[in-house]
Design a protein around this ligand. Structure first.
Ligand code: AGP
Length: 627
C-alpha cells in the first residue's frame, strides 16, 4: 500500500457547512451535503431556505437523524436556494437554540458559521445597546445580527459581509443569504476553509468538497480574507475591501471517501496536519485587551483557586501523558504540588483529597468511564474538578465544576493526535491562569510564555513540512519487533506517547522510559540494531541536555540504532545519531508540542506500510465508555 504523500494542509473544520443556489430542491441538496460530512460527528444540524414568505429554518440538536425526523414532520418548502450546517459546539452548548442557521432580528438574513469569533462579546454588547435581542449563547448569532444590522442600514449583502468581516476577530467561515434576494449567497473566510462547487447552472459553497462532489468536481478554493458572491450562474471573489481577488480553481480527483479526509489517506494523518490550527484555536481569545489571561469557561472563584494546596491530574492513555507533561509546567509556574494519576487506579488507592484539592481531568471525548468515575469520587471527597475536554456538552464537563475546552475540532482517528497537543496547550493555559491568580508569576512572565505558545502553531507547521524524512524512515522498520523511546523531563511523557502510538497502530512492542532509568535494568533489552528514539531537550538546560547525550552514547555503545530528535543547531548529538530529525527551537516546556509530531507520523506511516487500518486499529474504540 502506498503511503499517501500529501501536501501540508493546515485547514480544519470544526463544523460542516453547505450553501446551494440552482434549479434543484435546495433543502434536499443541503441535507444530503450535511450527511456527506456526517463523519465529523457533531452536536446539532440545521437548514434554511428562502421562500416567498421569507426565511424558513429547521434545526435540531443531536445527530442528523434528529433533523431528518423534524423535516419528515415539518418539511422545508421546495425552493432553489438554501444553507445547511452541522455544529461542533465551541461557544454555547449543543441545543436547538444554539444550532445554526441563525437569523437576524428582522428575519431577513440567515447565516451559518464555522470557526471561533474571538470578539463576539464586545460586538454583542454593542448590538444589545442598539436594542438587538439575542436568543442563543453563540458567537455565530452575533455575526448574524451584525450582518442583519448593516443590511437593514441599506447595504448590499456582499458589501455588508465585507464590512462585518472587517470587524470580526478570530477564525471564521460565514455563509449568508438575504430573504429579499433569493437567488444569491454570499460567503467569507478567514482561517477556516471554504470551497465553491461550480456546477452547470448551479453553485455550491461548502467547508468540504465532500458536500457537493456528487454534483460537480469543478471547484474553487478561496484564499484568506476573501468574500465570494454567488448566483446559480456567477461567482465573484473579492478581498474584504471589495477589490477583485485571485481565486484558485481545481478539479476534485478524490472519491467521496477520500473527500471526507480532504485528500488524506487517513483521518489520523489529516488530524496530524490540522494540529497547527487546532493549537491556534485552543489558544485563541485567551487574553483580555488589558493583557490578562482569561478562561471564559472557568467557573471556580479566584479565592478558591488561591486556596488550592494540591493538584491531582486524572486521565487515561494519551490524555494521561498530556497530564504528565502538564505537571512539569504547573509545578514550575504555580509551586503547587501536582500529582498525575491513571484514572482507573485513582479511586481504588483511597487518594488523599480535601476541599482544597483541585482535580484536573483530561479527556478528548469527555465520555471515558474511568475518568468519569474518578471525577465522581473526587467530588464525593469535596474536591473541585476542572475538565480539559474537546467535546462541548459531554458527560465529563457536565459533571465537573468548570471546563476548559480545547478547540481541536472533531478527532475521528482512534489514535489521538491533535487531541494530545491541544490538551497540553489547554493545561498550560490553566497553569498560567493559576499562576496569575496566585501571583506566582509576574504579568510579563505570563505574557512571555503566552507569546511563545502563540508561535508554536508555526513551529508545528515547520515540523509538518519536514515529515518526508519520517515516511522514509518507517520503511526501514517494516520488520521490526520492538522499539524503545527515551526522554527526560517533559520528553519522558513524549517518549511514552510515541510508544503508545506505535503499539496502537503498528501492533508493535514499544516502550518509553525516562532516559536516566535505562541503567537500572531496561538497558539489558538493548542489542545490535535495537531501534531507540531519543527526545533530546533544548541545549539551554545543560543538566538535562548533556545527560541525555550521555544516555544516547550508552545505548549506542551496546549496538542500538539511535533515532535522535534534537533542536536545530544542536551539533553535540550528531556523532551519536544514526538518524537525526531536527526540531524547531522552542523552550523546554514547549518541546512536547513539536517533538510529538514526528512520533505520531512514524506510527501512522509504519502502520500504513503494514497495511493496517490506521483510523480504526484492532481492539480499540475512540471513546472507552466502559470501566
Ligand atoms: C490515544 O491514542 C488512545 N485512543 C487512548 O489512549 C485515549 O487517549 C484514552 O482512551 C483517553 O480518551 P479520552 O481522551 O477521550 O478520555
Amino acid at each position: 500500500m502506498s503511503v499517501c504523500a500529501v501536501k501540508a494542509i493546515t485547514v480544519t473544520s470544526m463544523c460542516g457547512i453547505i450553501g446551494y443556489v440552482g434549479p434543484r430542491v435546495a433543502h434536499a441538496v443541503v441535507v444530503e451535503g450535511l450527511r456527506r460530512m456526517e463523519y465529523r460527528g457533531y452536536d446539532s444540524a440545521g437548514a434554511a431556505v428562502i421562500t416567498p414568505d421569507g426565511i424558513s429554518v429547521r434545526k435540531k440538536a443531536g445527530k442528523i437523524g434528529n433533523l431528518d425526523a423534524l423535516l419528515a414532520s415539518d418539511p422545508l418548502p421546495e425552493t432553489g436556494i438554501g444553507i445547511g450546517h452541522t455544529r461542533w459546539a465551541t461557544h454555547g452548548g449543543p441545543t436547538d437554540t444554539n444550532a445554526h442557521p441563525h437569523v437576524s432580528a428582522d428575519g431577513r438574513i440567515a447565516l451559518i458559521h464555522n470557526g471561533i469569533i474571538e470578539n463576539f462579546a464586545t460586538l454583542r454588547a454593542e448590538l444589545r445597546a442598539k436594542g438587538v435581542e439575542f436568543s442563543s449563547e453563540t458567537d455565530t448569532e452575533v455575526a448574524a445580527q451584525l450582518l442583519g444590522d448593516v443590511v437593514a442600514g441599506g447595504a448590499d449583502l456582499a458589501d455588508a459581509m465585507r464590512a462585518v468581516c472587517l470587524r470580526l476577530e478570530g477564525a471564521f467561515t460565514l455563509v449568508a443569504m438575504d430573504a429579499t434576494d433569493p437567488g444569491r449567497l454570499v460567503a467569507a473566510r478567514r482561517n477556516s476553509p471554504l470551497v465553491v462547487g461550480v456546477g452547470e447552472g448551479e453553485t455550491f459553497v461548502a467547508s468540504d468538497v465532500a458536500a457537493f462532489i456528487e454534483f460537480t468536481r469543478h471547484a474553487i478554493e478561496l484564499g484568506q480574507d476573501q468574500v465570494v458572491d454567488v448566483t446559480a450562474t456567477s461567482i465573484t471573489v473579492t478581498d474584504f475591501f471589495g477589490n477583485p481577488a485571485e481565486s484558485h480553481p481545481f478539479e476534485v480527483t478524490w472519491d467521496l471517501s477520500a473527500a471526507e479526509k480532504a485528500g488524506f489517506d487517513w483521518f489520523m494523518r489529516k488530524e496530524i496536519f490540522e494540529q497547527p490550527r487546532a493549537v491556534a484555536d485552543t489558544l485563541l481569545g485567551r487574553f483580555t485587551p488589558e493583557g490578562a489571561l482569561t478562561l471564559d469557561e472557568l467557573r471556580i472563584p479566584e479565592a478558591e483557586l488561591r486556596s488550592v494546596d494540591k493538584i491531582i491530574i486524572v486521565a487515561c492513555g494519551t490524555a494521561y501523558y498530556a497530564g504528565m507533561v502538564a505537571k512539569y509546567a504547573i509545578e514550575h509556574w504555580t509551586r503547587i504540588a501536582c500529582e498525575v494519576e491513571i484514572a482507573s487506579e485513582f479511586r481504588y488507592r483511597d487518594p488523599i483529597i480535601s476541599g482544597s484539592t483541585l482535580v484536573v481531568t483530561i479527556s478528548q471525548s469527555g465520555e471515558t468511564a474511568d475518568t468519569l468515575m474518578a471525577i465522581r469520587h473526587a467530588r464525593e471527597q469535596k474536591a473541585k474538578v476542572i475538565a480539559i475536554c474537546n467535546t462541548n456538552g459531554a458527560t465529563i464537563p457536565r459533571e465537573s465544576d468548570a471546563v476548559i475546552y480545547t478547540h481541536a475540532g472533531p478527532e475521528i482517528g482512534v489514535a489521538s493526535t491533535k487531541g494530545f497537543l491541544t490538551q497540553v496547550a489547554a493545561c498550560y493555559l490553566l497553569g498560567l491562569y493559576l499562576a496569575q491568580v496566585r501571583g506566582t508569576m509576574y504579568g510579563d512572565e505570563i505574557a512571555a510564555v503566552m507569546s511563545e505558545l502563540a508561535s508554536t502553531p508555526d513551529k508545528i507547521q515547520q515540523v509538518l513540512e519536514s515529515l518526508d524524512q519520517i515516511t522514509d524512515l518507517a520503511a526501514r522498520f517494516i520488520d521490526t519487533k520492538s522499539v524503545l523511546f527515551l526522554g527526560r523531563h517533559v520528553g519522558y511523557p513524549v517518549a511514552l506517547e510515541g510508544a503508545l502510538k506505535l503499539k496502537e497502530l503498528a501492533y508493535l512492542h514499544a516502550e518509553g522510559f525516562p532516559a536516566g532509568e535505562l541503567k537500572h535494568g531496561p538497558i539489558a533489552l538493548v542489542e545490535e540494531g535495537t531501534p531507540i528514539f531519543v527526545v533530546v531537550p533544548p541545549q539551554g538546560r545543560d543538566q538535562l541536555h548533556d545527560k541525555v547525550v550521555s544516555n544516547i552514547q550508552e545505548v549506542r555503545a551496546r549496538g542500538a540504532l539511535t533515532i535522535v530528535l534534537a533542536e536545530e543547531g544542536d551539533d553535540e548529538v550528531t556523532p551519536y545519531a544514526d538518524i537525526l530529525f531536527r526540531l524547531p527551537k522552542v523552550s523546554t516546556l514547549l518541546q512536547p508540542l513539536v517533538a510529538t509530531v514526528p512520533l505520531q507520523m512514524f506510527a501512522c506511516d509504519l502502520a500504513t506500510l503494514k497495511g493496517f487500518d490506521v483510523d480504526q486499529p484492532r481492539n480499540l474504540a475512540k471513546s472507552v465508555t466502559v470501566e
